[in-house]
Ligand binder design. Structure first.
Ligand code: SF4
Length: 341
């Protein structure tokens, strides 16, 4: 349990710091009336992605689809195209499904309770809690990486993440019982991104330092404690850069049930782990890292479609930009464009 004195100090210090130092972000309201569509869209984009990367994507999305019902009318290809480069494409898929559900089942209004929010496509415990607190100023315990870092330092919390998340959530839950839980959640996020940074926290200007356990015990770098992640395996494959005499490239859509389904690709073999890996670098190659594995793709250039490659079409080089390619295929375009015919 955190002592009532410590909770009250945290709440007062964080909220008054936030009044003066909050970040200006395009999804935040200036008039104290947050737009739930903006809050939801930004929180989905911010999963696994940093704020500076998300800002231009967010602005492009709300320019094209200013409201949730307008987004609901988009095609998956259109959403993928604007999402291109943000990665984790399942998020884009669920974004569209969620917009359609909000529009058709909830009359374009985001639900204001945790249980219903959690039933929406792509909305997990963190996102549901963030929407509830930030969009509707309701009580929920919001825990992202910033909250984990700031509060486990402040409390010298020694549990090992991610396993200790429930214990941590229980411990910090009284903190969010304030008049403005949305501001409190955003205050910790802002403090974590500008002051209590992972590598070099600026403790001397931190509003929490006089009561911060890790600061007083000189154990800042020991918190939060994290379990070691398992090593990622490496998979290998070949990707075909097939160009005809008309200067067109052969591309296809990745089929359902595969990673990056629905996005465009230059045809490739399956991506498989190989016992000894590939030792010789015989061709142009790209490296990419997904959540669960590293990928090495060798590029083979040819002017004929290999017999086992099917389901694609020819695309003028200048029209490639009109299709949604995942980042790994953008790397293939860059690398293959260097190859002399
Ligand atoms: S005093 Fe330092 S370690 Fe403690 S919360 Fe502030 S920045 Fe983080």
């Amino acid at each position: 349990m955190i002592s009532p004195k410590k909770i009250s100090f945290l709440q007062t210090s964080l909220l008054s710091w936030y009044e003066k130092h909050q970040r200006t972000l395009p999804w935040r309201s200036k008039d104290g009336k947050p737009n739930p569509y903006y809050v939801w869209l930004s929180e989905i984009m911010l999963q696994q992605t940093t704020v500076p990367t998300v800002i231009p994507y967010f602005n492009r999305f709300i320019k094209k689809w200013p409201t949730v019902d307008q987004l609901a009318k988009a095609t998956e290809d259109e959403v993928f195209h604007l999402w291109q480069g943000l990665g984790y494409y399942q998020r884009a898929r669920n974004l569209l499904k969620c917009a359609q559900e909000i529009t058709h089942s909830y009359h374009q209004k985001f639900p204001e309770n945790l249980k219903t929010l959690l039933s929406l496509p792509g909305v997990g415990p963190y996102t549901a809690a963030a929407i509830l607190t930030i969009a509707f100023n309701k009580y929920a315990v919001v825990i992202d990486g910033n909250v984990e870092r700031v509060l486990s330092r402040y409390l010298c919390f020694d549990g090992l993440f991610p396993g200790a998340k429930n214990e941590f959530s229980h411990k910090i839950s009284p903190l969010y019982k304030v008049d403005k839980p949305g501001n409190l959640a955003q205050a910790i996020m802002d403090l974590g991104s500008s002051i209590c940074k992972p590598a070099s926290p600026k403790c001397s200007i931190c509003p929490l330092h006089e009561n911060c356990c890790a600061f007083s015990t000189k154990t800042v770098q020991n918190h939060p404690k994290k379990a070691q992640k398992p090593l990622k395996p490496t998979r290998f494959g070949t990707v075909y850069w097939i160009k005809n005499a008309k200067n067109q490239l052969y591309i296809r859509k990745r089929t359902e049930g595969r990673l990056l389904a629905g996005l465009m690709e230059f045809p490739s073999t399956d991506w498989l782990e190989m016992k000894d890996g590939i030792k010789d670098k015989k061709s142009s190659r790209v490296h990419h890292t997904f959540t669960h594995f590293h990928l090495i793709l060798d590029i083979v250039t040819t002017n004929k479609i290999p017999p086992d490659i099917k389901g694609g079409f020819w695309c003028n080089i200048e029209d490639l930009k009109n299709h949604a390619f995942p980042t790994v295929m953008i790397k293939v375009i860059k690398e293959a464009s260097k190859i002399r015919p």
